[in-house]
Design a protein around this ligand. Structure first.
Ligand SMILES: [Fe+2]
Length: 571
């Protein structure tokens, strides 16, 4: 029996996760505590928070596992930088600087910062950590596993066979050939921020036509065995990690889209062209993933597939995998990006020390709780209206039904990028005005980014085709809205008639389930518009101070924390 802390960071989203005696006790992204979106620094706050939540001290840890091998990663950076010399001259000192300046000493720095003996801190492989997060949190005893991201140490894609507590690697594709870097390069080309704008590209894709197949055949070549190669001259990341595409890309597809220019898909032929590029990219990504998945099915013979890595956050592609890859069941880790590697690393460490595999992940509420008492005291001190609801679910449903926008905080915050009913903003899914106001005043999303519905699990199939599945509890897929309900659910419907559905029950988010039940009685559907509780570009709300600050600076109508209903005016 062991206490193992997993750590990810120093590249993308940093996180810490704690597994004690084979039980996932806590998992926290650093950004939720530091309030810096995608905070990549060593997650010391998150690590300490996980320990405090469990009532443990650093000295109680049997092992700390970093999610990748810093030495192998350094080797990849050096080799790929030298290969492109002298084009890479400019980047060389920078790459070397970040690696030597800290990352190779990351194990020592973790030991020192946490106060753990150096010999208790180890590392695993980046893609093994992703694979563990997917398979060892899934409900399947055996499965094929695909890990697909930008790049780990040197691997960008790997195929695994999971059996019980074991993961056996069956094949890999190495950097610079990478679906994550293809998507990232085009995300940058389309004027969005890499590691943040990929969701926007996916949303934009539904507005375009995938008519640039000939051009994309130069960017990526798919082989019949599921492997692929990128057309490297089009990608600049070998020489310049910050841009991701080279001048050849602009010769092929036209000039890049300027960042921050407002979108006008109705009237701008240019923007329609960019939407077509997004559509083609999405199609090519789906086909590449389908090729990998079919190979995985054939090689393993397993009926279930698990996925992790940043590319597995592509909910539209996941839906296609479930429909077309031949697998009967598909599971994606809720924190499929690099944060999730922390939990994968912790589970690998625990198993190595002889602990059993954790139970299948039922809920993403693995973060820190919100303090209702402290929230009430602080809210009164700030002169806000505070009342205790006699029945929170009924109160929230009535507010939402009457067109109010309600921030809803219950229990521990979520693990991964989606708000799943613990730190959500809720609105009436049948009221276009609520949606408009929510977007204009709070979320400020591009017009092509849809909002998502949360629905009671046992009623989901009435409204959404293919729901529920193993993907819907964590919003890692999209479903078509049933034709009879498309008009009424226009506020949570994408232009192609799909929706990124979350199915909710007492195991995943009991308080939200109760609200959905109450909404069924008030609006006749157990469905809410559910979006993350944060402003544009901010991390999702963590504690009561963040939540009250949000209420005072954004025009939401009510903030519900536990049983308290807090408003700007008198109660
Ligand atoms: Fe990764």
């Amino acid at each position: 029996m062991a206490a193992v802390l997993g750590i990810s960071g120093e590249y993308h989203d940093a996180a810490a996760a704690l597994v004690v005696d084979g039980v996932i006790v806590a998992a926290v992204q650093e950004e939720r505590l530091s309030r810096i979106k995608n905070d990549a620094r060593l997650p010391i706050h998150a690590a300490r928070a996980c320990l405090a939540h469990a009532g443990l001290a650093a000295g109680d840890l049997d092992r700390v596992v970093f999610y990748e091998d810093p030495v192998e990663k350094l080797e990849r950076v050096l080799v790929s930088t030298l290969r492109t010399f002298p084009r890479s001259l400019r980047q060389f000192p920078r790459a070397l600087g970040t690696q030597l300046g800290g990352k190779v000493w990351v194990i020592d720095r973790i030991a020192e910062a946490l106060g753990v003996a150096r010999d208790r801190v180890t590392s695993t492989e980046h893609h093994r950590a992703h694979a563990a997060s997917a398979f060892l949190c899934s409900p399947y005893p055996r499965a094929a596993v695909l890990t697909v991201d930008g790049v780990g140490e040197a691997t960008s894609t790997a195929l695994w066979h999971g059996d019980g507590t074991q993961l056996r690697e069956l094949g890999r594709i190495e950097y610079p050939h990478s679906l994550g870097l293809l998507y990232a390069g085009l995300t940058a080309y389309l004027g969005f921020e890499v590691n943040e704008g990929e969701y926007k590209v996916m949303g934009l894709a539904a507005y375009g036509k995938p008519r640039l197949g000939d051009e994309f055949a130069k960017l990526i070549q798919l082989a019949s065995d599921g492997t692929f190669e990128l057309g490297l001259p089009y990608f600049a990341y070998l020489a310049d990690a910050e841009l991701g595409f080279g001048p050849a890309m602009e010769q092929l597809l036209g000039p890049r889209r300027p960042a921050h220019r407002p979108w006008d898909l109705e009237h701008s032929a240019d923007d329609q062209h960019y939407a077509d590029i997004a559509a083609t990219l999405q199609q090519v990504t789906e086909e590449a993933l389908l090729g990998l998945a079919r190979e995985a099915r054939w090689r393993t013979g397993e009926p279930a597939l698990c996925l992790a890595g940043g590319v597995a956050l592509n909910a539209v592609a996941n839906a296609r995998l479930l429909r077309e890859s031949g697998f009967e069941r598909v599971f994606v880790h809720p924190a499929a990006g690099d944060a999730g590697g922390a939990l994968g690393a912790a589970i690998l460490g625990a198993i190595e020390l002889g602990d059993p595999r954790p139970a299948a992940l039922a809920s993403a509420a693995l973060g820190l709780p919100i303090d209702q008492g402290a929230a009430g005291d602080l809210a009164r001190e700030l002169g806000l209206g505070v009342r205790t609801a006699s029945d929170v679910a009924t109160d929230v449903a009535e507010l939402v039904a009457s067109g109010k926008i309600v921030a809803f905080c219950q229990g521990r915050f979520e693990w991964g990028p989606r708000a799943l009913g613990q730190r959500s903003i809720l609105a009436n899914p049948a009221d276009p005005d609520s949606r408009e106001r929510l977007n204009r005043a709070i979320k400020r999303r591009e017009p092509f980014r849809p909002f998502a519905p949360a629905v009671l699990r046992d009623r989901a199939s009435t409204y959404f085709e293919g729901a529920p599945s193993d993907l819907t509890p964590f919003m890692t897929t999209v479903c078509s809205i049933a034709p009879d309900h498309r008009e009424r659910l226009a506020s949570v419907r994408h232009v192609d008639g799909s929706a990124r559905v979350q199915t909710v029950d007492d195991a995943t988010a009991p308080e939200l389930a109760a609200v959905l039940g109450a909404l069924d009685r008030t609006i006749g559907m157990p469905i809410a518009l559910n979006t993350s509780f944060n402003g544009a570009g901010e991390p999702i709300i963590g504690n009561e101070i963040d939540a009250l600050g949000f209420l005072m600076s954004h025009p939401i109508d009510a903030l519900v924390i536990g049983e308290l209903v807090i408003t700007r005016g008198a109660a």
